[in-house]
Design a protein around this ligand. Structure first.
Ligand SMILES: Nc1nc2c(ncn2[C@@H]2O[C@H](COP(=O)(O)OP(=O)(O)OP(=O)(O)O)[C@@H](O)[C@H]2O)c(=O)[nH]1
Ligand SMILES: [Mg+2]
Length: 145
């Protein structure tokens, strides 16, 4: 029987939201790691994929450049969205899940816009989406709320 293709999972969201950190957390100890940075210039500058297995299922995680980068950063939101669009259309096995990464205290008006562009626009609501909110440890005593 043929091995099923890995499930493609796309991590996207605001620059510095913690996309690469989440990918690394899911990869665990043994696998290759994504670069994480404190730099205002942004860390992930192109799409990069990481293969892993979780509970016997193969996954390919795609770490992507941040949206809504400031003027100090090398490329615009339009560039980042274009790059995401090309990635989503280039995956021959399709996309199983979109993971929208948002940093809690920085939730802005662009959140809804970017959600709609990716979920409604590019993916035509055919791909499930989850949101991960990072950076809540100092703001929210009860993170579940
Ligand atoms: N306090 C806090 N810091 C976090 C959290 N998640 C990530 N960070 C830190 O935030 C910084 C940016 O994290 P990255 O994972 O590089 O963020 P990114 O979204 O991949 O950034 P770009 O690739 O530049 O768009 C790093 O210093 C991380 O250690 C979180 O939940 N809380
Ligand atoms: Mg990154």
């Amino acid at each position: 029987m043929a091995t099923p293709a890995p499930r493609n999972v796309i991590f996207f969201g605001t620059a510095g939201a913690g996309k690469s950190s989440i990918v690394n957390m899911l990869l665990g100890e043994k696998d290759e790691k994504a670069l994480v940075s404190n730099s205002a210039l942004g860390c992930t500058s192109s799409n990069k994929d990481y293969s892993t297995a979780i509970e016997g299922r193969n996954y390919r995680f795609y770490d992507t450049p941040g949206l809504n980068q400031g003027s100090m950063r090398p490329f615009s939101t339009a560039d980042a969205l274009r790059s995401l669009y090309h990635l989503l259309h280039s995956l021959k096995d399709g996309v199983s899940l979109l993971v929208y990464c948002v940093r809690g205290p920085r939730v802005t008006g662009s959140l809804e816009r970017d959600y709609k562009i990716l979920y409604d626009g590019v993916c035509q609501q055919h791909v499930p989406i989850v949101m991960i909110v990072t950076g809540l440890e100092d703001q929210e005593p009860d993170m579940e709320s």
